[in-house]
Ligand binder design. Sequence first.
Ligand code: C2E
Ligand code: MG
Ligand code: MG
Length: 487
Amino acid sequence: EIHSAYDNNDAAKLDFWAHRFKSSMSAIGADIAANVCRQIELLAKENDLAATVPLIEKLECQVEVLEKRLKKILVELEKSQTKAAVKRAIETNVGSVLVVDDDLVVQGMMVAALRGLGIANVYSASSGKAGLTLMNNEIDVVICDLKMPEMDGVEFLRHLVSRHYRGAIILLSGEDSRILNAARQLANAHSFYFVAALQKPVEQLELAGVLAKINRKQIPIVKSLPSKVSLQELEKAIAEDQFVVYYQPKIDTYSKQLLGVESLVRWQHPDKGFILPDDFIPLAEENGLIDALTDLVVDASFAQLNRWRSQGIDITVSINIAVGTIGRQIDFPERIMALLDVHQLEPQNVILELTESGLMGDIAISLDALVRLRLKGINLSIDDFGTGYSTFRQLQGIPFTELKIDKEFVMNASTDISSRAILESSILLGQKLGMKLVAEGVESLDDWKLLKKLGCHILQGFHISRPMPGEELDAWLKKWKASMTNH
Ligand code: C2E
Ligand code: MG
Ligand code: MG
């Protein structure tokens, strides 16, 4: 490629291939060749192709030497001098490995090193996309490069999450350790069985040590995963209303009073059982079914709220609305108002929690509808604040009344400096803007104490209560009130 770029007088291509070859060379510790590539790259950037001639020649000599050595190294790797005991440790837990690396030299070395360690099935792919097609095989360990064109390693991990991959993960990078650290946190956040982050060049001995540590029993048990649901099943579920709405209490941080509940939809699948929203809301959003689903949830929630209020339980209900839903339906505010009327409720009884998936509808229509909702007295909450699309900018344009801090920051606040900083500044920001502050994911008394100290008004989380069916709220509330007087 370097030759043909030069022959075609294509400086951009020469720059590109010299850069890639430089990474390959430094990944295997071939520093002289890497250095020559760097010089070619610099000259290509300056468009001085003539000056690259002696360098390309030098590179050719280097590669010739390297090729011979590389072949020998590959043979040695496949034979491997690794101790039998280490090999046995690996053998019991690792039957198959997938290597995903766009760098063919590194990929070849890894494959040879793994074979040398006695691993029976070694698969390899040079892109995330190709890697995913190989995931149909039983894979115990995925070794993945972070920096790849098209689909990078982080995106690849995200795909593994949605495929419910249950094996171990080893990350590779030529980047500095900070990037590897961030990637490690990411893998942990997705509750992967994260084994190690390795910096290139990776030695076989080091690889053996890491693989020997793997223990199948340590693979985290992820929440019971439904076998994948299909679009047809979801369509049928909506037509037949196979959904139930659960409700999770929101309490006043200081008085402990029950202020309201959040509606959280669950799918009661006839064969597959109870399915949580994260496993079907994205499917609904991608296929234009979310609006119909929202209608079911709104209707059920309003009917339930009406029952509570007639029992004298004076609370609000928070409903999750995908922003796109509002963008697509110009008459959304009027439909909500009509439904409130049907169920004899007031606008101030309702909070709409806006979640964004990136599938925004028409922004102008959304804003128009959001302003009208506010004018009618309906409260708007910005959900999952601090993550994804739910950020500072939205606070400026949209008239939110409530800021809901994502559980990730709440749960990690006591152990992670950056979570703590985001939590504290979100609270400060909300206070300055005169918004109600809600923290979700309150799992312990310590979380509660911290949030109290920081001035967060409202709490929601497992420490207070898990989401529950509507008819159980009354009994929960009696117990809750009793425990309040005990304190
Ligand atoms: P969300 O709106 O952020 O809802 C809070 C989620 O956190 C709920 O998960 C809840 O069960 C969970 N949670 C609450 N307290 C704790 C805690 O202390 N610890 C932990 N680890 N988790 C806690 P759930 O019910 O699985 O819902 C997930 C997401 O699905 C919701 O996140 C929401 O974005 C979406 N969703 C749920 N129902 C609907 C709906 O009717 N329509 C739409 N568009 N989205 C919905
Ligand atoms: Mg929510
Ligand atoms: Mg949330």
